[in-house]
Design a protein around this ligand. Structure first.
Ligand code: ADP
Ligand code: MG
Length: 339
């Protein structure tokens, strides 16, 4: 065997990028999460060729101060936590300081950003982890990321991508989840110059469901609002008859974060058990609020998994709450249901 040596930073970043950035949709997820953390009220995502040639994410958030732009692209550089203690109560979507370094390791990135207080903006380019230049330029307040030619330097990864249409579909799913979990933000998604999705940002989840899923789904929703000692749930559950053969209709968010959780799937399934046929999955859109101290969001680099300290309470509140809501549906006035 060869001598043991520490890998150089570029190689480290490239390997680590593999954990966070799997496909164009992972880039969009990370950049939109950053926009949300930056308190943006409008976020536009435009992609070309399924995101393979270009992804552009524009927000009107706080911007990155000029003297911090370079640092933002360093691995483990973050403005969101300072110590391991902060992890316990983290409320931002990001905190690992890995997205920008990962994306710039496997793509050609340009960021244009300006804070409200600055006279001018800055453009910074970094391709495959190599800085290309930092320039002062005129720019509106907020941040635009352009990512070109994802995986241009890792052909093995590029080969695993599906067709542009399929990749664009993954991006659209991310956008749907972002929109449903952040109804106060106006989202726009454009693929190959075609408008695929937009939301108004008026805060009304039902409007978004109507817009994204159509009238039949929006007309078959039951509002649900549950409160336990450490968990609360708000949102909509679909009447059983709109259930379908896959889980694409199930969205739930923990403190504004889209995640996947076996325990929540199970609670939904058990809540619907006596109302749907086997292998049918309902429409649900649930915003679940849990005290941050009872969560561990730092389970996986993609932050799609979460551990709950109050798993049992969450399961029981959800399963019994859904069951209850469905049993009472005839008592809800028709006029309410149609809204
Ligand atoms: P994390 O989100 O985990 O902090 P990232 O690598 O995604 O790590 O981003 C690094 C830092 O860059 C963030 O902590 C934030 O300060 C800054 N940043 C990234 N994107 C934006 C944005 N759209 N608006 C303002 N600041 C941003
Ligand atoms: Mg981030």
């Amino acid at each position: 065997m060869a001598e043991i040596q520490l890998l150089d930073q570029k190689t480290i970043d490239n390997i680590a990028a593999g954990e966070v950035i799997e496909r164009p949709a992972s880039v969009v997820k990370e950049l939109v999460e950053n926009a949300i953390d930056a308190k943006a009220t409008a976020v536009t995502v435009e992609i070309r060729d399924g995101g393979m040639t270009l992804m552009r994410v524009t927000d009107n958030g706080c911007g990155i101060p000029k003297e911090e732009v370079r640092t933002a692209f360093l691995r483990h550089a973050t403005s969101k936590i300072r110590t391991v203690e902060d992890l316990v109560s983290v409320s931002s979507l990001g905190f690992r300081g890995e997205a920008l370094s990962s994306i710039s390791a496997v793509g050609q990135v340009e960021v244009i950003t300006k804070t409200a207080g600055a006279f001018s903006g800055v453009s910074y380019k970094i391709f495959g982890g190599e800085e290309q230049g930092l320039d002062e330029i005129g720019a509106p307040d907020g941040t635009t990321f352009l990512v070109r030619n994802l995986f241009y330097n890792t052909p093995a990864r590029r080969k695993f991508l599906k067709s542009p249409v399929t990749e664009a579909g993954y991006v659209e799913q991310i956008m749907v989840h972002m929109a449903l979990s952040h109804p106060d933000i106006a989202f726009k998604f454009i693929h190959n110059s075609k408008n695929k999705m937009y939301t108004s940002g008026n805060g009304n989840v039902k409007d978004i469901i109507y817009h994204l899923y159509g009238r039949d789904v929006a007309g078959a929703l039951l509002p649900i609002s549950l409160k336990g000692p450490t968990v609360s749930v708000d949102g909509y559950v679909g009447k059983p008859f709109i259930s379908r053969g896959n889980r694409n209709y199930e969205s739930y968010f923990i403190n504004g974060r889209y995640i996947k959780s076996k325990i929540i799937y199970k609670a939904i399934e058990d809540g619907y058990k006596t109302f749907t046929m086997a292998h049918k999955y309902p429409f649900v859109c649930l915003n679940i609020e849990v005290e941050p101290e009872l969560l561990d969001v730092n389970v996986h680099p993609t932050k799609m998994e979460i551990r709950f300290r109050n798993e049992k309470e969450l399961y029981e509140l959800l399963a019994s709450g859904i069951k209850e809501t469905l049993s009472h549906r005839e008592m809800i006035p028709k006029a309410e249901l149609g809204k």
